[in-house]
Design a protein around this ligand. Structure first.
Ligand SMILES: [Zn+2]
Ligand SMILES: [Zn+2]
Length: 172
């Protein structure tokens, strides 16, 4: 996801609109696989604010991930705000008039690659889990049957596994 800043670097103060699209491979997040349906897009503007190039915009994507309860695939559309400040490596260490240099992303050459920050922003905005529906009944903890599809004959297990350990301990 590259922005060519050759022109932007030459003109201070002007906002250059851009729209980038890319197909992304699935992301692994804490054992969960997030796959992308269709392209991921970033739309916004890139502005040369003097030394820094400010990239502002919105990341839009449609994700497919397992339902947090029954593991069936769930589709989620997500829009994440995007705002990052980029500094060319040659400007590093210069006086940046009050800008927090730690927050700047350093780039080389004439292209800014948005991909790492897009990924970060996306993961920040990601809801904790996706449910196929609000009242998803999940999987039977005993036999693994998807309870949305049909009931099973297992005895309901309502005991928290941590309490079970305690119960064993109290009995012994
Ligand atoms: Zn579900
Ligand atoms: Zn069962």
């Amino acid at each position: 996801m590259l922005i060519d800043v050759t022109k932007i670097k030459k003109i201070a103060g002007k906002a250059f609109p851009f729209k980038l699209e890319a197909q992304w491979p699935p992301l692994e997040l804490q054992g969960e696989t997030l796959s992308f349906k269709g392209p991921l897009t970033v739309e916004g503007t890139a502005t040369n604010t003097g030394r820094i190039i400010l990239v502002d915009g919105t990341v839009s994507v449609t994700l497919q991930r397992p339902c947090g309860r029954c593991l069936e695939p769930v589709t989620q559309s997500l829009q994440a705000p995007f705002s990052e400040e980029y500094l060319h490596v040659s400007e590093k260490g210069q006086d940046l008039a009050g800008t927090d240099e730690e927050k700047l992303v350093i780039f080389e050459g004439n292209n800014i690659d948005l991909a790492p920050q897009v990924r970060e922003n996306l993961l920040l905005e990601l809801p904790m889990s996706g449910l196929c529906r609000q009242d998803c009944r999940g999987l039977c903890p005993v036999c693994g049957q998807n309870l949305n599809v049909r009931e099973c004959d297992c005895q309901p297990v309502n005991i928290d596994p941590r309490l079970q350990v305690l119960e064993k301990f109290l009995k012994s």
